[in-house]
Design a protein around this ligand. Structure first.
Ligand code: COA
Length: 371
């Protein structure tokens, strides 16, 4: 390990990886050498999933086969449906994802002979079915777990809204899944690798990752960003509110980054989608409010938006409930987590750092009746 800075492992190189580069020159992002801009512009999420989980961009025949395979993995076992019915209606959807992933690991456990990428594909295919099953069941709505939609984005939106997705909205979600797919040694991926490194099973590694992603300093920031943005009905109101929050030293969710120093390369991509969606939906508030927040954050703190900030408006305009924003992140990041678990296992070493002790010096033990 090389230590450049201290605190929260900032700047620590904690291992080698061939999957992703983050923050080259403070701003770049590549998945297996391909620029995020090229992938978001020209690829589908399924192509990116194949790249991350199976190691290469598919040919058109491979992609058709892969989409077909994923379509056939969308159904949920009856026992998992029963568990989803038992999870309270007011549970956080991230708890639903975490519990369902763990439950699936009891129903379809990993055996030594299994192809681990098969489990990755299974989770990738059925996470949208899991989330929407629980959601629709507790609203007394018709429940479907599998559609014949070609894409994961289309499948998710179909199950969520009960009808085939509008192509613009489907592509917006597709691009956002590409942007969220992978990000090197971020907290949840690192958690997955730590779990995998003990030679635990695939589901345990992904369950650890989901629990880690849930927090607002990581994946939960997109949900919190929406809660902030929707407080304001105009850019001026946003400016006033933001200045008060900054004076109060509040954290503004969706800004700042541990690795990027210049900008988050994903932010402009999702911002342009938020703008497109706002135009299509005649929404004249969300984007101007977000832009004013962005301006104040830059002027006052020199902080730029990360992917979570404009994802919030984009998802809102796609009709996705706010509490589902981080679960949608799970639907995307399963690809990156899986790639890292597979990579960790290919050259495994237990991950076990040491701490600097700052507690009491050795001292005499006093029996309970003498204290
Ligand atoms: N709002 C307000 N101030 C922020 C901020 C934000 N979003 N992000 C960083 N800062 C400030 C910190 O308060 C700190 O100020 P100080 O030096 O006066 O104490 C300084 O900038 C450095 O931040 P720090 O928390 O030490 O950086 P970090 O590398 O540990 O944290 C994040 C990175 C992402 C956790 C942090 O920027 C953050 O909490 N952002 C909001 C949550 C978020 O959007 N998470 C998603 C990340 S993709």
């Amino acid at each position: 390990m090389t230590t450049k800075k201290t605190g929260g492992l900032a700047g620590v190189v904690a291992g080698k990886s061939a999957i992703c580069t983050v923050g080259v020159e403070g701003k770049g992002l590549n998945y297996r050498g391909y620029s995020i801009h090229d992938l978001a512009e020209h690829a589908s999420f399924e192509e990116v999933a194949h790249l991350l989980i199976h190691g290469n961009l598919p040919t058109s025949t491979e992609l058709a086969d892969y989409k077909n395979k994923l379509r056939n993995l969308r159904q949920l076992p009856d026992e998992l449906q029963a568990v989803l019915q038992l999870i309270p209606a007011n549970a956080h959807p991230m708890d639903v994802m975490r519990t369902a992933c763990s439950m699936l690991g009891t129903l379809e456990p990993e055996r030594a002979t299994d192809d681990q990428s098969q489990i990755a594909d299974r989770l990738l295919a059925c996470f949208p079915s899991i989330l929407t099953y629980w959601y629709q069941f507790h609203r007394g709505n018709a429940i479907n777990t599998a559609t014949d939609d070609e894409t994961i984005a289309g499948h998710f939106l179909h199950l969520l809204h009960g009808k085939k997705a509008d192509p613009l909205i489907e592509r917006a979600v597709d691009v956002s899944l590409i942007l969220y797919a992978e990000h090197e040694f971020n907290a949840s991926t690192f958690a997955a690798r730590v779990t995998a490194a003990t030679l635990s099973d695939f589901y345990s590694a992904i369950t650890s990752a989901i629990g880690t992603l849930r927090g607002p300093l990581h994946g939960g920031a997109n949900e919190k960003a929406m809660e902030l943005i929707e407080k304001f009905s105009s850019p001026d109101a946003a400016e006033k509110g933001l200045r008060e929050m900054l004076a109060n030293k509040d954290l503004i969710m969706g800004f700042g980054h541990r690795v990027y120093t210049v900008s988050d390369p994903r932010s402009d991509v999702i911002k342009s989608w938020a703008q497109k969606l706002a135009t299509a939906k005649n929404d004249t508030i969300l984007v101007p409010v977000s832009e004013r927040i962005e301006k104040i954050m830059w002027d006052e703190k020199h902080l730029f938006p990360n992917l979570d900030f404009y994802s919030a408006s984009a998802y809102h305009l796609c009709g996705i409930p706010t509490l589902m924003y981080t679960p949608v992140f799970v639907m995307a990041r399963i690809t990156g987590w899986a790639a890292h678990v597979i990579e960790q296992r290919s050259n495994n070493k237990l991950i076990r750092p040491i701490s600097e002790y700052i507690g009491p010096q050795p001292r005499e033990f006093i029996a309970i009746d003498k204290r």
